[in-house]
Write a protein that binds this ligand. Structure first.
Ligand code: SAH
Length: 313
């Protein structure tokens, strides 16, 4: 009997060896077979001498996962190389789907290890300042596998709820209108001068950073290797840096660190859950009025108003 093989899903970060983790390098060194795009394989050339290398230029991720499973069944240790993190729009999902389809269960024969890497949103954010210091989300504009109305609904929801957004797969040679539609949906809720950063080929030789606005973003140079970061209503650009405030100014005087009146260090804001509940209770307004004021569902407001003190703790 051959010893069971192993599949390692290795995220190598943005595309420069310095931003690869120690474990990613070890996993690649450990592997018998390396599967991935030529560009990424070139980056780790020093680690792969004497190994079997399956260079894939194809877009079909399923084929790569099937190939990995076939080799692992022969008892090989296979490293599937992904840019960024393999779990973020990467190989991790398709690989588990292929494995489950083949009847695999965790802890059975083939071992699976996911080696985390810095995703494009981390690396692009690091290059432009601190855009993700408050709530954010990622949306891929690729409609190759996701219907457009699903993508549009998510764009609409996050635009309305003031998330900072990282747009992956914003544009390609063939897909040029999705970013135009994204802008249209965002402008329904956000100011035209909302800061936008476009980072192309982060930490690669052709790296390019452009600061622009929601209004003008479609005129920028955006491609397959770009990530588009759209700020929230508080994000600003200063001296070429894009910053989303964490909210310290709500509680402290940022010039001297003093706590503002009515606020306590280490405690929820006066407008946090408990304080807000007291405020809406004392307002005497109906649940419907409060719901309209805060743009929250009426049944949620009713539930909050109905909470007893014991439940509220
Ligand atoms: N697994 C990857 C994402 C793959 S989807 C990760 O975690 O980063 C491919 C998209 O990722 C690209 O269209 C682009 O939006 C983004 N991307 C990947 N590498 C990038 C880089 N070096 N610079 C800017 N964006 C990048």
């Amino acid at each position: 009997m051959t010893t069971p093989g192993k599949i390692m899903l290795v995220g190598i970060g943005p595309g420069h060896v310095e931003h690869m983790t120690q474990r990613a390098r070890e996993a690649i060194a450990e592997a018998d077979t390396i599967i991935g795009y030529v560009t990424y394989i070139r980056l780790v050339a020093d680690l792969i001498e004497g190994k079997e290398v399956v260079k894939k230029s194809m877009t079909e991720e399923l084929d790569r996962a099937i190939e990995a499973l076939a080799r692992a069944r022969e008892g090989k240790k296979v490293a599937l190389i992904s840019s960024g993190d393999a779990g973020v729009y990467g190989m991790a999902g398709p690989t588990y789907e292929v494995l489950f389809e083949a009847g695999w269960t965790p802890g059975f024969d083939i071992e699976v290890e996911i080696v985390p890497g810095a995703s494009a949103l981390n690396t692009c954010a690091a290059l432009v300042g601190a855009p993700l210091t408050h709530d954010f989300c990622a949306i891929s504009l690729s409609d190759l596998l996701t219907p457009w109305p699903v993508i549009a609904r998510r764009l609409d929801a996050v635009a309305a709820s003031d998330f900072v957004v990282a747009l992956y797969n914003p544009k390609s040679g063939r897909r040029t209108q999705q970013i135009v539609e994204a802008r249209r949906l965002f402008l329904r809720y956000r100011r035209p001068d909302t800061p936008v950063a476009i980072v192309k080929s982060a930490y690669r030789p052709k790296q390019r950073i452009e600061m622009t606005t929601l209004e003008a973003m479609c005129e920028a140079d955006i491609g397959m290797l770009s990530t588009v970061l759209i700020g929230n209503s508080a994000t600003f650009i200063r001296d070429g840096l894009m910053v989303t405030p964490r909210g310290y100014a709500n509680k402290y005087d940022v010039t001297n660190g003093d706590t503002r009146d009515g606020e306590q260090a280490g405690r929820s804001l006066s407008t946090g859950l408990a304080g807000w509940r007291d405020t809406i209770r004392a307002s005497g307004h109906s649940a419907a009025q409060i719901a309209a004021q805060y743009q929250l569902p009426v049944d949620y407001i009713e539930a909050v108003l109905a909470q007893t003190e014991a439940e509220a703790v």
